[in-house]
Structures are given as C-alpha cells and as structure tokens.
Write a protein of this length. Sequence first.
Length: 448
Amino acid sequence: MQLSWRTPATGGAVNSYVVSAPGMSSKVVSSGRHSTTVDGLTNGVEYRFSVTARNRVGSGPEALANPVTPTGDVPGIPMAVQATANPSDGSVLVKWTPPLDQGPGITNYKVIASSANGDQSFDANLAKSLTLPKGTLTYGDAYAITVVAEGAATASPPSAPSQVTPYTVPDQPVVSAGAVTATSVTFTWPKPNENGKPLSGYTATVNGVAQQVTPDQTSLNVPNLAPGASASISLVARNEAGDSQPGAATGKASNPPPQISRVNESSGGYTQVAISFTVDWGAGAPGGTCAITLNGKKISSCTGGSATVPKASTNYDYKVVATSSTGLTANASGTVQSTVFTITNSCDNAEPGGDCGLGILQNVPQSDPDHGPPNKGKLGKGASASAECYGIGYQSQTGNQVDEHKSENGGKGRQSTYWIYIPNAGGGYVVGAYLEQSDDQLNNLPRC
C-alpha cells in the first residue's frame, strides 16, 4: 500500500518520519521523502495509518490517514514523467506515460510538485499531461515533480521525480520622470521582479534612439534638451528568458522665465547715465537676449548699458526687456538722473530794480535782458537752482556779454556771455554774469 504526506507547516527541521498502524511494526522514513510503500498487509483488513515527524527535540503530534482496506488491486506507477519549464509564458508542462498495469482502473492522475517550501498537488483527471499555468509555481525555486495514479480504492506509489525550475521574462518596468532642469530629464524605475533568472540588462529607447543600460542601474539622465522639450523613454528589462513588456514614460524639461534683479542706476556725469542689472535665466537655461531702452536708445547687453544725454540735472526713463531662448520675457523699468549741476545767484545790485531778484527769461535771449521776454520767476541773491544746459548770449552796447552792474570793473562788474537754462519756476534762462559759478565751471554743462 502507498502512503504519502506533506511536510509539517510549523516546527523545526524534520529529521525523520515514523509510519505506524495497529497490528504492525513502525517504519522510519528519512526526512527527504514524503511517501512510502507499506508491505505485508492483509487483504480485507482495515488499517488506519499514522505519521509522526521527529527532530532532535522529539516527536510531533501524529497525523492520521483515512481508514483503508487493501484489496490487492493497486494501480501501476506512471512512467517517463517529464517536467519542462516554458520561459516564454512562465508555465510548466508535465507529461507522463500511463502505467502498464492499470490495476482496478485509474480514475485520476495527481501531479505533485515538491520544493523546500512544501508540496502542491494538482489533478489531471485521465489526461496524460498537465500544464501548470504562469504563477502556479514560484519562479526560481527548484521542484521535484512526481505523478501518482489514483484508482477507485487506492493509489499507486509516486513516479520517479523530474526536476524543474520555472522561470520567465522579467516583469514590465515601471518608469517615471523624476528630476528635470531646463536642459534635462531624469527617468527612474525600481528593479522589476526577475522571475527566476537574474537580469542581464535593459534596453532604453529614448526619443527613438536605443541604448543599453546595465542591470544594476535604476535611472537614466537625458541631457542636451531645449527648454520645455519633451523626452520619451521605452524601457525593456532582459534576462535569460528574453525581454519584458516595455515600460514607458514621458518627461519635459523645464522652461523657466527669466528674472531681472539687482537693477542699479548711476550717473556718469552731466551728460552720461548708466544702469546695470542681473538676469537669472533659470537653472540650466541657455540664456537669451536683452534690450535696454535708455534715452530713446537701445543697447543689447544683459549686464547693463550707458548713454549720452543732452541735459544735466534731468531724469530719464529706461526699460529693460530680457527674452529667453524660448521667447519668455521679463521687464524692469525706472528712472535715472544725470548729475545735478547747481547754480547760485551771487549778485549784489542787479539792474534794473536795484536788488538781487534776478529775472528768469523764458526763451534763449537774443536781445538785452532789460528788454527781453517777460520774467517767469525770480532767483534771489544766495538762492540756488538746478541747471540743465547753457547758451551763448546776445549783442549789447558793451559787447557779446552781460555786465553784473557792480562797482568794480568800471561799473560793469563781472562780464559773461553765458545764459543758463533752469527748469525752476516754469523754465527759463539766468544770466551767467550774476552767478557764483565761473564761466569755466558753467562750460561743464552741455549746450542747449
């Protein structure tokens, strides 16, 4: 009679099994076996066998088999068992030849898969083969496959084992787009299940171009992209069984707009102004162009610029536009002032009027100021104003100059041909002869 059992699910490692039944001697079976043939039984007598697992600590609880009565009609043992792994789909095909001695008639073939983790059994009915589908057995584990012929009353001893280790292609990689810059995308993936055979590498197809990736690699950087450009990857894992299904992902390089910061305005003199600034194009961005409008002039520089201006003491508007290589822009604007030129009225006794409330003439003088255009304001003695430019004076009875009307110099005082334009009090010109500044100093102003 054939008796079989499974490895205990709990407890320590088994050293041996003890098979016993009332009225017969116990039989010791090694730990590597899970079945035995019991001889010397009496036909027509009911037996109930027990199996006890033993190890170095002692014996475990006995497991009782169902009662059985030997009849002498035992099916023969299946022959030529062959188990073959199919790596293309992960299945295992088991084939066998029916026994020559059918006994009382075979009702089912039972396929038993034994590994270090225990036994699994599968019914094949009366077929001569059985396919164990993908995932039925653990990939990479070694199995001993045996087949038992079952009859109406009892079963045959197990066949000789066939060794097999199931395996298949790796699982599909799960890819995602990770870190991005303005010129790159990094794809990452966890290592997929190898399914019984170690990975030998990957094939990564990026934007249509294939490249090989080592099996221990779990990321791939795609450089040299244009800002905002897309990158697509198809990743196939490979082992001895072949290629996995491809994992795919798409990423896009960043497209940051430029930022203008640290704008500084400065004066380079009475006729010169300048601005400087910093452009941040974004991490990894390739940069772009800048246009600066300053006093109506455009200067293409991304660090700053300067321009000649027609007047001192004057505010000028500017605008900075930074344009990235992808057409995104940033703007900054403000006002910059040319160097201020200050004049001071120092006359003692201005004519006419007998005081120092010097009249400010509206237009460039072409005649004696005593008979010129109406006064637009006063610049009293000791008063100051900001000057923008100067013009050369008019013809008078004393020549091409204006006299200060002081007692010195023959009653003429200081003489000057300069007329200074100031925007104060509505705008107009002040006679240079009445100013504290010398003609050499006034000459630093730009010409009106």
